[in-house]
Design a protein around this ligand. Structure first.
Ligand code: IMP
Length: 420
């Protein structure tokens, strides 16, 4: 079985949760490989509507092993709350495992995220405020605490005290109260105790799944435009949502990942700051946002909305080599008689289909083709062949400009509303 990666090909929020939930029905293992609880994966299925932040979207398949991989940063308390709310909705989380090598997202990371954004002022990044950037900064700076360290309580408490000695200097310098190492350590240890044996060496689990040729799904958070290396730096997240990072972040040899599904919305959205060439403003934006209910799953912030940007999605394809594309929310565009579709950018009088770095991207003008809309409700369609001819032409244009075939089309929030 190929290992399948499901990754975002735009600014995040493409609908990966829905696609992963669908594919997870037949998966044996589902792994989150980067990010933290900045993620907000919306899943709508027979159990209800869920916004998953850390738990992989495979949790609704009782037979799938769900792994929070070593490449993630984990707020154990948030994870425990998410488990409690899933269990309350009747979803078993017995098959959830958390890599003992993943890094802890500590309370001071959340405080530092907030202070950092405040100090940046007008240059702020628009982070989710969940502490993800500071947690990865500590990991790279070799101040991070890996989850397994909670197993030695004495040593863990010392680590917390040691780290807080410097973090408290920072916190108080910027006007926050210092944190008490005992209280902080107590909170993390209590959450770790609740997770118990779920905290484990996930490499062995993944290795044996690979040896059995099990169906493995790796789930990225966010999209290529927010990738630390290839996105709109510094308006990016602090990890790599690209499929290449799944190898390291999940603990899977790169040759094993042979199927890569790039998820795109039929239009574009973004939360947070940074360039977004096809962005709509004013009443046009408001009407698309309301119609499509584009509000951040983690923060509730209104999402910025715009037309489909083939330059951005093609950029993602160059980096991920999608074996197929999943297009979500095609139904939303049924409201338009004509649909602008960005195929290139104009930059200093020339045309480009290459993604320039951030400060140059801020200067581009999107070049649009106008595609015919279908002005029809797509609800209830069960076969791709039944899509209106204009909708099929729209999908074809995505295939041509991005460079990969469209394998799945979402026409509604529910799992079943996906045409294969
Ligand atoms: P951070 O990941 O919270 O540090 O935020 C960095 C950037 O990524 C900001 O622009 C956030 O709005 C954006 N971001 C983080 N997580 C998500 C997500 O799950 N969906 C969409 N945008 C996100």
């Amino acid at each position: 079985m190929p290992v399948t990666a499901v990754v975002g090909a735009q600014w995040g929020d493409e609908g990966k949760g829905k696609i992963t939930d669908l594919l997870a029905q037949t998966a044996d293992v589902v792994i989150r490989y980067q990010g933290g609880n900045n993620a907000g994966h919306t899943v709508v299925n027979q159990f209800g509507t869920f916004k998953l932040h850390l738990v992989p979207s495979g949790i609704f398949n009782p037979n799938a092993l769900c792994i929070v991989g070593p490449g993630t940063v984990v707020d154990l308390q948030v994870l425990c709350e998410e488990i409690v709310s899933l269990e309350a909705a009747g979803i078993s989380t017995a098959n959830l495992r958390v890599s003992d090598r993943a890094h802890l997202l500590m309370p001071w990371h959340i405080a530092l995220d907030r202070l950092d954004e405040r100090e940046r002022g007008r240059q702020k990044l628009g982070t989710t405020g969940r502490g993800v950037g500071p947690a990865y900064a500590d990991k790279v700076g070799r101040h991070g605490i890996q989850i397994y360290e909670v197993r030695d309580e004495k040593a863990f408490r010392e680590r917390v005290s040691h780290e807080l000695a410097t973090k408290n200097v920072l916190l108080t310098r910027f006007g926050d109260a210092p944190m008490d190492p005992v209280t902080v350590a107590d909170g993390v240890l209590a959450a770790a105790a609740k997770l118990g044996d779920r905290i484990t060496d996930t490499l062995t689990l993944v290795e044996s799944a690979l040896a059995k040729d099990a169906a493995i799904l790796v789930e990225g958070q966010l999209g290529a435009m927010r990738d630390l290396d290839w996105g709109i730096y510094p308006y990016v997240t602090s990890s790599n949502p690209l499929a290449g990072a799944a190898s390291v972040g999940a603990g899977i040899p790169p040759r094993a990942i042979t199927r890569v599904i790039g998820v795109v919305k039929a239009y574009s959205t973004a939360v947070g700051e940074g360039p977004f060439p096809t962005e709509l403003i004013g009443p046009q934006a408001d009407s698309l946002r309301e119609m499509a209910n584009e509000y951040g799953a983690t923060t509730g912030r209104p999402r910025r909305v715009g037309w489909f940007d083939a330059v951005a999605a093609h950029h993602a394809h160059r980096l991920n080599a999608f074996t197929e594309i999943a297009v979500t929310k095609l139904d939303i565009l049924g409201a338009y008689a004509e649909i602008p579709f960005c195929t290139s950018y104009e930059l200093d009088g020339a045309t480009t289909t290459s993604m320039p770095p951030t400060r140059i991207l801020e200067r581009v003008k999107p070049r649009y083709e106008t595609l015919r809309g279908w002005s029809r409700d797509l609800t209830g369609l069960a076969d791709r062949a039944h899509l209106p001819v204009e909708a099929r032409a729209y999908l074809k244009r995505i295939e041509e400009t991005v460079g990969a075939p469209v394998g799945m089309v979402g026409i509604g929030p529910e799992r079943e509303a996906t045409l294969l």
